[in-house]
Design a protein around this ligand. Structure first.
Ligand code: NI
Length: 146
């Protein structure tokens, strides 16, 4: 079977990096703890993390991500307010998962996609609602850029 042609941006480029021994030792300890098989994969992930962070820091940067909310549904109108906000930002929301954790607590995971500023604004508003006990926005890239 013929090899699939490798696009130019998928070709592996080898680079040499000069780095202090002590810094490299710490890095090796860290990546061993995290379960990396080798430095190359760890370096690639660090670079991708920086690129995602840079994109997410630009208002028009395109991101995907999740907003996780833990809230007490007994707090007056919290469910209605969270739903109203999600309708207002429906263009940025791909899906919402709702779990009734126990008698009082709900866990909601909202999958988002869009420009970083809009997604961040939605997350901030949801997390600031009364009744929301904990909330986090986690942003990633959209995929093809890697
Ligand atoms: Ni619930």
């Amino acid at each position: 079977m013929p090899d699939k042609p490798v696009s130019k941006d998928r070709e592996l480029e080898r680079i040499g990096v000069a780095i202090d021994r002590s810094l490299l030792d710490k890095f090796d300890e860290l990546i061993a703890r995290r379960g990396y098989a080798n430095r190359s994969e760890a370096f690639r992930d660090l670079i991708r993390a920086e690129l995602v962070g840079d994109t997410a820091s630009q208002p028009h940067g395109l991101v995907t991500g999740t907003i996780t909310l833990l809230y007490d549904h007994h707090v007056r109108m919290v469910g209605e307010k969270l739903t109203a906000l999600q309708h207002h930002y429906h263009r940025q929301i791909l899906s919402t998962l709702h779990l009734h954790l126990d008698h009082d607590n709900c866990l909601e995971v909202i999958v988002v996609k869009g420009e970083a500023a809009g997604v961040r604004q939605l997350a901030d508003k949801l997390i600031a609602e009364r009744g929301v006990k904990h909330g986090r926005l986690v942003l990633s890239g959209t995929g093809p850029e890697f």
